[in-house]
Design a protein around this ligand. Structure first.
Ligand SMILES: C[S@@+](CC[C@H](N)C(=O)[O-])C[C@H]1O[C@@H](n2cnc3c(N)ncnc32)[C@H](O)[C@@H]1O
Length: 280
C-alpha cells in the first residue's frame, strides 16, 4: 500500500532549484530525482508499510519521499544543514512520519534512534559509505537489530561486496559481508541517473542477516582476512605467519599453505577462524 503526502509535492528538481541547493563534492552529493527509479529502490527491502527505516544522507529527500510513499516511518541523518528546510517540508507533508537528525551518520547510534527492528536504506556518500557498511556488519551480537541493508555504492565497491571466491574483486569486504549474511547485487544504476553524474556507475547491494556459524570470533576472522588479503599475492604460509597457530590450523584443515587468500572460500576462512578461536 502506498501512502501519499497530505498535499501535492512539487517535483524535486524544482524544490532544489527554489532553495538554490547546489551539490557539494566534499559531502559526496549526487542526487537522484527520478521518482520511478526511487520507488523501485524503496521496493527492494520488501513491504515497508508501517516499518521503520534508517536513512543516511537524505539530501533533498528523493529517496526519503519514496520510502514515505511506501508507508515507512523514516529516521534520516543528514550532515548538510542546507537540506534541513527541504526535509522539514517533507516531514510536514507526510504527517510526521519523517524524523530528521542533523548530524554526522558516523556519530549517531542507529539502534538507539530506531528503538526496535529497522531497515537501513541509503544512497550513501562515497566518503563514509564503506566505513558505515563495515560498522553495520561488525556488531558482536548477531542477528543485528537491523533487518536489511539496501545501499547504493559505486559499482566497483558493490562488486567487492558480492564477489565470489576466486574473482579479482574477492577480498575482506566479501568475507565480511558473506560469512553471516546474504549479500546480493539488487540493481545497477547508470551514472546519468544522478545530478551531477558521478564519474563511475553505481549499484545497489541488498544484505540480509543469516545464521552465524557457531564458535567463531569475529575479531579472529577479521584479523585473519586482514593479514591474508593485506598481502594477497603472497602464499598463506607467508601472509598468515604472524598469526599464532595459523599455519598449523591450515594443515589440520587440509588447506594447502601455498594457496593465496583470494582462493580461500568464505567457509574456509570461517573454519580457520573457528579453529583459532578459544573455546568459550
Ligand atoms: C549521494 S548523496 C544522496 C542524496 C539523496 N539521498 C539522493 O539519493 O538523492 C549523499 C548524502 O549524504 C550526505 N552526507 C555526506 N556525509 C554525511 C555524513 N557523514 N553523515 C550524514 N550525511 C552525510 C550528503 O550531504 C548527501 O545529502
Amino acid at each position: 500500500m502506498t501512502t501519499q503526502p497530505n498535499r501535492p509535492l512539487p517535483p524535486l528538481r524544482h524544490v532544489v532549484r527554489a532553495h538554490g541547493l547546489s551539490a557539494s563534492k566534499a559531502l559526496g552529493q549526487n542526487f537522484l530525482f527520478d521518482e520511478q527509479l526511487l520507488d523501485r529502490v524503496a521496493a527492494i527491502p520488501g513491504n515497508l508499510d508501517g516499518a521503520t527505516v534508517f536513512e543516511v544522507g537524505p539530501g533533498p529527500g528523493g529517496l526519503t519521499r519514496a520510502l514515505l510513499r511506501a508507508g515507512a516511518r523514516v529516521i534520516a541523518v543528514e550532515r548538510d544543514e542546507r537540506c534541513l528546510p527541504l526535509l522539514a517540508d517533507l516531514a510536514d507533508a507526510f504527517d510526521g512520519r519523517l524524523t530528521v537528525v542533523s548530524d554526522d551518520a558516523m556519530a549517531v547510534d542507529a539502534n538507539a534512534l530506531a528503538g526496535g527492528p529497522y531497515h537501513i536504506v541509503a544512497n550513501l556518500p562515497y566518503n563514509v559509505g564503506t566505513a558505515l557498511f563495515t560498522r553495520w556488519l561488525e556488531p558482536a551480537a548477531w542477528p543485528p537489530q537491523w533487518l536489511s541493508l539496501t545501499l547504493m555504492f559505486q559499482l566497483e565497491v558493490a562488486e567487492r561486496i558480492v564477489a565470489p571466491v576466486g574473482s579479482a574483486a574477492y577480498g575482506r569486504l566479501a568475507v565480511l559481508a558473506q560469512w553471516r549474511a546474504q549479500a546480493k547485487l539488487a540493481m545497477k544504476v547508470h551514472r546519468s541517473a544522478f545530478t551531477p553524474p558521478p564519474k563511475v556507475m553505481s549499484a545497489i547491494v541488498h544484505v540480509t542477516p543469516g545464521d552465524e556459524p557457531p564458535g567463531v570470533s569475529p575479531a579472529m576472522l577479521s584479523k585473519l582476512t586482514e593479514k591474508g588479503f593485506g598481502q594477497r599475492r603472497k602464499m598463506l604460509r607467508q601472509s598468515l605467519k604472524g598469526v599464532p597457530g595459523a599455519i598449523e590450523a591450515l594443515d589440520a584443515l587440509g588447506i594447502d599453505p601455498t594457496r593465496r587468500a583470494e582462493t580461500v572460500s568464505v567457509a574456509e576462512w570461517v573454519a580457520l577462524a573457528r579453529s583459532l578461536t578459544p573455546a568459550a
